[in-house]
Write a protein that binds this ligand. Structure first.
Ligand code: SF4
Ligand code: SF4
Ligand code: SF4
Length: 263
């Protein structure tokens, strides 16, 4: 851990995703001056041209791992970082690119897009050889996770501030439904409309149901999620079992895959 006499050294790294989480950080307009002055930002792919990384106190990593080159870079970052934070649902759960049966359908998809040999010759030197998308915790130890697609600054700032202050952040120990109740919302499920709040990690203040839109699960899976019950409820309100699973898979990543496999 850094000494109090110096600023903490931070790196913001990005792998496969839409870069929306790095953008969310840059869009923290009211807090941006504090963000760039409270820490020594050594690496921020989207915001800085001068980039060097030797050692970082805190590495914030966006995106899933989709190539062997990314995997090597990820391991290198872990070696240089005291604390690693997964930023956004691609990094925490695999994200949209984890859709479907990740391992089983991977070769089929690659062959469909790039031809039967499964190589991506025009890009392979630059980005490496493709492999099935995985969240970063599959390969390295992750100290903290901030899900969201993209993350909200209301989630990022408290955790980030604690980390650069040498304190330990706390996790959200409840699903979106708890925050939905705090907001006093009427429940979609009780009116026969789908909503994935019961199986989705809290932290967004149930912003979608509060504005009249069903939760699609973008904060990733809630650790205590009961998938069989969620699927049964979705089927009860009129979805096919296949559609219910497809909705769960959109942001659920590996946790949903494992749960569905053990059905
Ligand atoms: S989690 Fe969402 S916002 Fe973040 S990189 Fe992935 S797709 Fe983009
Ligand atoms: S509307 Fe959705 S998030 Fe809100 S309580 Fe119902 S299921 Fe949960
Ligand atoms: S309510 Fe659901 S879909 Fe909306 S931001 Fe929260 S987790 Fe994401």
């Amino acid at each position: 851990m850094w000494q109090r006499e110096r600023k903490p050294v931070v790196g913001i790294f990005g792998f496969s995703g839409c870069a929306g989480d790095q953008l969310a950080v840059i869009h923290m307009e009211d807090e941006l001056v504090d963000f760039f002055t409270s820490a020594d930002i050594k690496f921020f792919h989207m915001a800085q041209s001068h980039q060097e990384v030797d050692h970082v106190d805190v590495a914030v990593i966006e995106g899933s791992i989709n190539t062997d080159k990314q995997l090597a870079e990820l391991k290198e970052i872990r070696e240089k970082a005291d604390i690693v934070v997964a930023l956004g649902t691609c990094a925490t759960h695999g994200g949209i690119q984890y859709l479907g049966d990740n391992q089983k359908e991977f070769e089929e998809r690659i062959a469909h897009v790039y031809g039967k040999d499964g190589k991506v010759p025009q890009f392979s030197e630059l980005v490496g050889n493709a492999q099935p998308a995985e969240p970063i915790h599959k390969f390295i130890e992750v100290d903290y996770s901030i899900p969201g697609c993209p993350v909200a600054k209301e989630n990022f700032i408290p955790i980030y501030t604690k980390l650069i202050s040498g304190l330990k952040p706390t996790k959200y120990p409840y699903p979106v439904c708890v925050e939905c109740k705090f907001q006093g919302n009427d429940c979609f499920l009780l009116h026969g409309k789908y909503c994935l709040g019961p199986v989705t990690a809290g932290g967004c203040d149930a912003c979608c149901p509060t504005f009249g839109v069903s939760c699609v699960g973008c904060f990733g899976t809630y650790e205590g999620a009961n998938y069989p019950s969620m699927i049964a409820k979705l089927v009860e309100i009129g979805l096919t079992e296949e559609d219910a699973k497809r909705k769960l898979r959109m942001f659920g990543g590996e946790a949903v895959e494992l749960a569905l496999r053990s059905d």
